[in-house]
Design a protein around this ligand. Structure first.
Ligand code: GSH
Length: 216
């Protein structure tokens, strides 16, 4: 099981070995990086992209203007999956279930389904922030896509795990951060799936330190 060491570390001065993390404390994708950085012992400084300065800094390093983006070991990495992969490859896998040859396809399918459901939820969230009454057939399709994805995932979750190999790996991290963001933003009610409720309960203690609720 993955045990985060500390949720955020924000020193006054940035030592050379500290990662610069562009993001917000409410983003589920940024949370994945925060969890893994804490678990492998990489301190980071958060550049808050909700602020004007933070957003300008992000736009200077990532042409997609998306978070998380990190600066580490003199390089910029965009996309949470690549950042997590880099941290695990360079700082150690000890607490993280590795992806085996056997498990690769299932893990890949699960993370694609989870991430696409999350992306659909995030798009709806942003659009409804701009216009609470917004309505369009494509938005209905996005909602139906999330329903379909959740039913597919619920079929595969067993106890605290998602793949057929036990252990906390990327699929579990992706699913936990996604469901917790949906709970936090009231974007999707998964309480009808007892297996998803149980999955969340199994990891809640380990994930509490990085919960989005405190950030508002
Ligand atoms: N595939 C990307 C997705 C990142 C993503 O969508 N981040 C959201 C925040 S949770 C974002 O930056 N949205 C800004 C926008 O769409 O303008 C990853 O895994 O890092």
């Amino acid at each position: 099981m993955l045990r985060p060491l500390s949720p955020n570390l924000v020193p006054c001065e940035i030592p050379a070995d500290t990662m610069k993390l562009y993001g917000t404390l409410t983003s589920p994708y940024v949370r994945r990086v925060r969890v893994v950085a804490a678990a492998v012992g990489v301190p980071f400084t958060l550049i808050d992209t909700k602020t004007e300065d933070g957003q300008a800094a992000l736009r200077g390093v990532n042409p997609l203007w998306k978070v998380p983006t990190v600066e580490i070991d003199g390089q910029i990495i965009v996309d949470s999956r690549a950042i997590v992969e880099y941290l695990l490859r360079t700082r150690g896998h000890e607490q993280f279930r590795p992806v085996t040859q056997h498990g690769f396809i299932l893990e890949s399918n699960i993370t694609q389904v989870v991430d696409n459901a999350l992306d659909a939820g995030i798009r709806r969230f942003y659009l409804e922030q701009d216009d609470p009454d917004i309505s369009a057939p494509y938005l209905d399709k996005e909602k139906a896509r999330v329903d379909s994805a959740m039913a597919w995932i619920a079929d595969r979750v067993h106890g605290p795990w998602v793949t057929d190999e036990p252990g906390f790996g990327f699929a579990e991290l992706a699913l936990y951060t996604t469901l917790d963001w949906m709970r936090f933003r009231k974007a999707y009610d998964f309480s009808g799936y007892q297996c998803l409720v149980d999955f969340m309960a199994a990891h809640a203690e380990d994930m509490a330190a990085t919960a989005p609720d405190a950030a508002g």
